[in-house]
Design a protein around this ligand. Structure first.
Ligand code: PBG
Length: 331
């Protein structure tokens, strides 16, 4: 008899072989739970590589078609489109955002034609790419962001994006009341079936740095009067609950890695899907460390995505979506 043997509990038993580990893994990543952000320009003839995001391109309409096809073949859940207008197309109110032929609306038509039913084409609904001052809203005479005037712009932008064929609008501007305003505008125009993804808890983050290069945006000032303070956890939850009450179909936490606590809070509290955005700076950090040989790139990427899923995200937006999906499928 060896009843007094020590230790009595041996959790390592389930870690002994790859097959056992695979069997008991709590968190899995499916390609359908990944969404690829894509940047599109209408003023270039060849795709432009982004210096601060190695491997990521600004697309032409032709290379967008290829990227959408690749995303569909990799089994991704969707693509999220960002328009990158020429500087000459930017103005104080972001007119390009509501121009049916503006870069984002034109790109949406192209992506929709290519995607069919294979994946969900989504669009960023925000003014910062289209304004010459780089803010997510229109400015009041004193230079502050005019929340309610911005909502009028978002309403018009939403309707144009829906007309262009977007199936899911990503509201990333962090204006108060934006979900209710956009929902009402869509419904009034007969777009009851177009869904709203609310960037409910979007923090004023240093990790958006490389994105500014990606969309060619130079920001005057900062976004701290509308994006959340990284110090605040309850406020992030409050924003998510408000967005659900206003009719959001999905809520997002952004960035991802530095906000896993919030992701856990939100996923425990809301009855809608919860997504997370692994942003440009999160991508750039790992690429830079890997390029220096300081980190095992593939393992680090998978570990971050697993952590984001484990914390509560149903779906993750990531610039590595196609690569990860292919490797999950053993391609
Ligand atoms: C706003 C928007 C931003 C990002 C996505 N949508 C920039 C910002 O709010 O400053 C950042 C995404 C990333 O960094 O990957 N339209």
């Amino acid at each position: 008899m060896n009843s007094g043997s020590f230790p009595e509990v041996r959790p390592r038993r389930l870690r002994a072989t790859p097959a056992l580990r695979r069997l008991v893994a709590e968190t899995r990543i499916d390609p359908a739970q990944l969404v690829l952000p894509l940047f599109v320009r209408d003023d270039i003839v060849e795709p432009v590589p982004l210096q601060s995001m190695p491997g990521v391109l600004q697309h032409t309409f032709d290379s967008l078609r290829v990227a959408v096809t690749e995303a569909a073949e990799a089994g991704l859940g969707g693509v999220m489109l960002f328009g990158v207008p020429a500087d000459s197309a930017k103005d104080a109110v972001g007119s390009g955002a509501t121009d049916p032929d503006g870069v984002l609306n034109a790109a949406t038509r192209v992506a929709m034609a290519e995607a069919g039913d294979a994946l969900v084409v989504q669009t960023d609904l925000c003014l910062d790419e289209f304004t010459d001052h780089g803010h997510c809203g229109v400015l009041a005479p004193d230079g502050s962001i005019d929340n309610d005037a911005t909502l009028e712009r978002y309403r018009d932008m939403a309707v144009e994006q829906a007309r262009a064929g977007s199936q899911l609008l990503g509201l990333s501007g962090m204006m108060d009341g934006q979900v209710a305003a956009v929902r009402a505008a869509l419904d009034a125009e007969g777009f009851e079936q177009v869904a709203v993804l609310a960037y409910a808890a979007k923090y004023a983050s240093a990790f958006y740095g490389p994105f500014r290069e990606a969309v060619g945006s130079t920001l005057r000032g900062d976004r701290k009067t509308y994006q959340l303070d990284p110090a605040n956890r309850r406020e992030g939850l409050r924003e998510a609950l408000l967005d659900v009450a206003e009719g959001a179909d999905i809520v997002m936490v952004k960035p991802a890695m530095s906000y896993l606590d919030l992701l856990a809070d939100v996923s425990a509290a809301v009855p809608v899907p919860v997504w997370a955005y692994q942003v440009s700076g999160e991508y750039a950090m790992i690429e830079a460390a890997a390029a220096n040989g300081w980190i095992d790139r593939e393992r680090a990427i998978l570990e971050t995505l697993t952590s984001i899923r484990r914390a509560g995200a149903d779906v993750v937006l990531t610039y590595w979506a196609v690569e990860v999906a292919r490797s999950l499928k053993g391609l």
